[in-house]
Design a protein around this ligand. Structure first.
Ligand code: WT7
Length: 628
């Protein structure tokens, strides 16, 4: 069977008899108890719930490590590439297995057990993967917090999930700069204490050490056994919590489970990247995001592939870093974000062409819509027109890719994530929820559950249903707008809710607003997305100052700095426009549509303003936008 026939057979099989298809597919994993049931999910309010392979039992690390030892024990599992080119090393499956077992025993010695939450705030070093896998080994639930988040953001997440322990490093090192992870962690722990801290020595920088609470990993490592039997877990036991931004309130703890999630990342990694024994797979995402969970750690390791962990940035020491490193490490499959592609494209082809890329055979992209210009550059310049482009659409909530071209089976079109994978049923609906047929645009929903779907919002049972299943009852709402063409291809157009996608990172406008209004000089703030050449979207903030507070360039800087401190550098507004007033309806609701149009530089398209309490506000805003 060729790839095309195989894919067609899968679609046919899952449409015809889903239960048999999924149970057959479950054989991709090693189970302690093989499941007898596949899908027991409902999107309806009356019997709402998502459950997959529910009577199955397994351990994630057995699948990611133990089962490879007999045949691939000496195969490279993780290639670590540090911030400085060539600063790194490789670890075999046998070595990673040992480190994970040791780390798991260290967690146990610190009092962590099944069901306990462990926060991880780390650089992109192998120990971050050890820490995640160590949790999975003993049934603890990890919550990785991106190392770029502020102490406050870390504290909120620790508190929300009730983490018992924090795993961190002394410092990170990115683009030649040090990142004070432990110092940030110490600040966070003042607000949200934990029982124990394990700290990995990365840079050897000077850090505080709290006796009785803090432990050095390299010290613990010597004291513990390298033998740690895996905990047998139910398929529906939580594997991890990962916080992500929504359109309202604080980030929510997206919860994924053991069986369904692991199956989905295992299957999609295999279908989309099909890593063979001599492949080296490099996904440039940080483990602080879902892409790092699914396609740096769990997906590749469950498939016995070689995965690269990169602790640097695309422009350090120069703009050729990705290609120099790919060549040196023998990377054959490369997966990155459109924002990185656009940033590098801007620097010219020479940075690419000076490095041999002939070993690369597949190029992937994820995180935001990729514009055809960037797609073509990736294809022609980076891939020399040779490599297929795998544009994968998915979300933190989906666990792994849902819409993406299976190489060799689905013809690509620049800018389209193409078609759904087997067992994924997307649909487009209008704002009233009416199902749209044929070539059209609408809101993207998924009509049936898939194994990698999130199972809940941590600590808030109702929020999962309320957030995703009430806008269009009976369907999962993605929050994305989408077009479907005559060939049935999907073209994601971006978020239609109050979420913005900055360099592939998700930000809730509400979060940035609440950071801004926390500043003593700010009375009110409204945040919207704006088009940005490199980042995809930038953050545009309208800020109303307290009465009598003078506007100044300095205050703009101060506000940016303030948001960085409150949330992290990724939330820093690109534009701050001081606005004497915001456009509100008579009932006091801010009309964001108007703010979006002004931020997009299309003030003539603000539309009907007659329902505003004071329509004159709009002219003042348009005037103000010119100088912002
Ligand atoms: C949002 C999810 C998927 C892991 C990284 C981001 C946008 C993601 C694509 C793509 C167009 C995309 C969507 C989605 N998005 N991939 N290939 N084409 N848009 O995960 O932080 O949960 O963000 O990213 O808008 O809803 P996330």
């Amino acid at each position: 069977m060729n790839a095309q026939q195989d894919l067609a057979a899968r679609h046919e099989a899952v449409d015809r008899d889903p239960e048999s298809y999924w149970l057959e597919e479950a054989r991709r994993l090693d189970w302690d108890t093989f499941p007898t049931k596949a899908n027991r999910s409902s999107f309806d309010e009356a019997d709402f719930g998502i459950r997959w392979f529910e009577d199955g039992e397994l351990n994630v690390t057995v699948n990611c490590l133990d089962r490879h030892l007999a045949e691939r024990g000496d195969k490279t599992a993780i290639v670590f590439e540090g911030d400085e080119p060539g600063e790194g090393y490789s670890l075999t499956y046998a070595q990673v297995h040992e480190e994970v077992c040791r780390f798991a025993n260290a967690l146990k010695d610190c009092g962590v057990g099944k069901g306990d939450r462990v926060a991880i705030y780390m650089p992109m070093i192998p120990e971050a993967a050890f820490a995640m896998l160590a949790c999975a080994r003993i049934g603890a639930i990890h919550s990785v917090v991106f190392g770029g988040f502020s102490p406050d953001s870390l504290a909120d997440r620790i508190q929300d999930c009730g983490a018992k322990m924090l795993i961190t490093a002394d410092e990170g090192s990115r683009g030649g700069k040090r990142i004070p992870l432990k110092a940030n962690a110490d600040k966070a722990l003042e607000k949200s204490p934990v029982e124990a801290v394990i700290m990995v020595k990365r840079t050897g920088g000077d850090v505080a050490f709290v006796e009785g609470r803090d432990h050095w990993w390299h010290v613990l490592r010597e004291k513990v056994s390298a033998d740690c039997p895996p905990e047998k877990m139910s398929a529906e036991d939580p594997l991890f919590i990962l916080y992500t931004s929504g359109s309202t309130g604080k980030p929510k703890g997206v919860m994924h489970t053991t069986g369904g999630y692991l199956y989905w990342v295992t299957a999609t990694f295999d279908m989309l990247f099909g890593a063979k024994d001599n492949d080296v797979f490099w996904c440039t995402a940080d483990v602080g995001w879902v892409t790092g969970h699914s396609y740096v750690v769990y997906g590749p390791l469950a498939n016995g592939a070689t995965t690269v962990m990169f602790d640097g940035v695309p422009n350090y020491p120069d703009f050729g870093r990705f290609w120099e490193t790919s060549n040196r490490l023998g990377v054959t499959i490369f997966y990155t974000a459109p924002t990185a592609i656009r940033a590098l494209m801007r620097e010219g082809d020479d940075w690419v062409k000076r490095h041999d890329r002939s070993q690369i055979r597949l190029l992937g992209t994820v995180g935001e819509p990729i514009n055809p210009e960037a797609w073509n550059w990736y294809h022609e310049v980076v891939g020399d027109g040779r490599c297929e482009i795998v544009d994968t659409w998915w979300q933190t909530e989906t666990g792994g890719a849902l819409i993406a071209p299976v190489p060799g089976a689905v013809e690509t079109k620049p800018g389209s994530a193409t078609k759904p994978l087997p067992g994924v049923y997307p649909a487009l609906v209008d704002n009233e929820g009416k199902l749209l047929e044929g070539a059209t645009s609408g809101n993207l929903v998924i009509t049936q559950s898939w194994p990698g779907q999130m199972r809940g919002v941590w600590g808030d049972e109702d929020r999962f249903f309320q957030t995703y299943f009430t806008t269009y009852p009976g369907r999962y709402f993605t929050g994305d707008g989408c077009r479907r063409d005559d060939d049935g291809y999907y073209w994601i157009t971006g978020r239609v809710d109050d979420v913005i996608n900055v360099s592939g990172h998700r930000m809730g406008t509400a979060e940035v607003e609440s950071a801004l209004v926390a500043h003593p000089k700010v009375a009110e703030a409204a945040v919207v997305g704006m088009p940005h050449d490199v980042k995809g979207q930038g953050i545009y903030a309208y800020v109303t100052l307290n009465a009598g507070e003078p506007e100044s360039e300095e205050l703009r800087k101060e506000l940016r700095q303030f948001v960085r401190q409150e949330i992290g550098p990724i939330a820093s507004p690109d534009v701050i426009q001081f606005a004497p007033a915001l456009p509100k309806t008579r009932s006091g609701k801010i009309m964001r549509r108007i703010l979006r149009k002004i931020a997009e530089g299309e003030p003539d398209k603000v539309g009907d303003t007659s329902t505003l309490a004071d329509p004159a506000v709009v002219d003042a805003l348009i005037e103000g936008a010119r100088s912002a």
